[in-house]
Every structure is written in C-alpha cells, then in structure tokens.
Design a protein. Structure first.
Length: 295
C-alpha cells in the first residue's frame, strides 16, 4: 500500500510538471523557434536520462533501437503539434484538449483492433465532442489552428501509447524510452537546421524555461513515470493524469491572469467529465463499495 501511495504521489508530481510545461513552452517560444525549442528540450532530457540509465543504454540491442526510432518519429509529430498548438491557442485550451488522448485510445482500438468500445466510452466520446465544441468553436463556428493542432497532438499521442504498449514488452523499456528522447532531439535538430536559424537561449528567462522543460517536464517526468507505473495500476495513472488541464489552467491564471469564457468553462468541465467516464471502472467501484457496505 505504501508503494502504491508513493507511486501515485510521483504520478501527481509528474502531472503537475506537465501542467506547467504548456506555460513554459509559451515562454520559450517568445525567444526561440518551434523546432529549436523541441531540440533543446529533448536533447537535454536525453543527456540527463542517459547519464542516469547508462547501464541500460550500453546493453541496447538492434530491436530496441528499431522500436525507439519508430516510436520517436511518432513522438516527434506529437510534440510538433503540441508546440505549434501551444503557440496559437491559450494555455487553458491546450491543457484541456491534450487530455483528449484518453478518449482517442479506446476509439482507435475499436477502429483498428476491432475492439468494441464499452457504452461508457461511447458516451464519453460524445460528451467530449460537445466539450471541445464549447471550448474551441468561435462565433463563426470555426476551430482555431492552435486548437486543431492540440487535438491532433492528442490523437497522435494516443497512437504513440498504443504502439508503445505493443512493443515495450519485447525490449528493455528504460532503454527504449531514453533512446526515444534522443531520436526526437535528433529529428528536431535536423528540422531546425533546415527550416530555422537554431540558437541557444540568450537570456535568463528562456534558459529557465528550457531547463525546466528538459529536466522536470521531460527527463525527471519520464524517469519517475517508469518507476511509478511499476507499483500502481493503469487506472490510477490515467485518473491522476486527468488533472493535467486543471494544473495548466491554474498556472495560466496565476502567472498570466488567463481565464476562460463561461462557455469555455462549461466545455472544459464536460471534457474532464468525459475523460473520467472513460477512465473509471464503475462496475468495480460499485462492487467494492457494496462489499464494504455489507461488511
């Protein structure tokens, strides 16, 4: 029980970091271009993780490298959409839209793996669509580019999670994760060289944002997630991760005074409810509470 509590607290800390990462990305983009920012974030995170897990890295085989390359390509797309999405929408909108990953996973499973989704998942998907509409649609009934990029980020991250689940069991998971960070950094450097003018941060504020993104939101978050998920259930992890948009909105309000419209708050609440519906196992909860009541 103590191990699970410790694991859940670690996951809560990770979620807190990820909630802050959207605001930090906003700050970083004030001084750096998109691919430049991603390259610095992932390269530094790779170096940090590599130093800590070097014993796993030196034992890496070809299969691990191959899987890491495939997964990193998808993760690179995820962070391209995440970075551009964060640039062109509000911190609060980005946080809530990123949480759609939990909805996309069962939806994609039903399409590609022919797994019939549960009724609660179908209801959650419908509710999330209403929430997205309220949160993102303007008076002209058009979704902004930033909001669209955030939705695509959530979609590709769902693909990434599904593929990771399929391949991670066949290789060393830690080596896979660390190499993945390195490949994303490499892809970002290549894109930055050909499409931008890459540079290092030239002021205190941008260095602080980059280091916080690299160390806390990517490197430490990755390490702690690997450790924590050995001692807690996927349901616990998923429920804790649904707090990310709450933390992102909190950071946005405290540091920038950003708020949503009344319609936006309603959409955000519906999104959170839809994610909880998709994550919670109501039958198990009812059975457990019934047994406790009967005792």
């Amino acid at each position: 029980m103590k191990l699970q509590l410790r694991a859940d607290l670690m996951l809560l800390m990770i979620t807190f970091f990820w909630g802050g990462s959207i605001l930090l990305t906003k700050i970083g983009l004030d001084y750096l271009q998109e691919y430049n920012l991603i390259s610095l974030r992932f390269t530094l995170a790779f170096l940090l993780s590599g130093i800590i897990f070097y014993k796993h890295i030196i034992k890496t085989d070809y299969k691990t490298v191959k899987y890491a390359f495939i997964l990193s390509f998808i993760l690179f797309i995820v962070y391209v959409f995440a970075t551009f999405g964060t640039k062109y929408t509000s911190v609060s909108n980005a946080g809530f839209l990123f949480s759609l990953t939990v909805i996309f996973i069962p939806l994609l499973s039903s399409i590609f793996l022919k797994q019939t989704p549960e009724k609660k998942v179908v209801f959650g998907i419908v509710l999330s669509m209403v929430g997205v509409g309220l949160l993102t649609l303007h008076n002209q009934f058009k979704i902004g580019f930033g909001d669209l990029f955030c939705i695509l980020c959530a979609l590709f991250y769902a693909v990434h999670i599904m593929i990771t689940g399929a391949v991670a069991k066949h290789v060393n998971a830690i080596s896979l994760g660390v190499l993945q960070l390195g490949f994303v950094g490499l892809f970002s450097i290549i894109f930055s060289i050909f499409m931008e003018k890459p540079k290092l941060p030239d002021n205190y504020e941008s260095w602080l944002a980059i280091l916080a993104l690299s160390i806390f939101c990517t490197g430490i978050a990755f390490i702690f997630q690997i450790i924590a998920q050995q001692h807690t259930s996927p349901t616990h992890a998923g429920l804790i991760f649904t707090l990310e948009p709450v933390f992102s909105s909190m950071f946005a309000f405290i540091f920038t005074g950003e708020t949503l419209t009344s319609r936006g708050y309603l959409g955000a609440i519906l999104l959170l409810i839809s994610v909880l519906i998709a994550e919670l196992d109501f039958k198990s909860l009812l059975k457990r509470n019934y047994k406790k009541f009967m005792e």
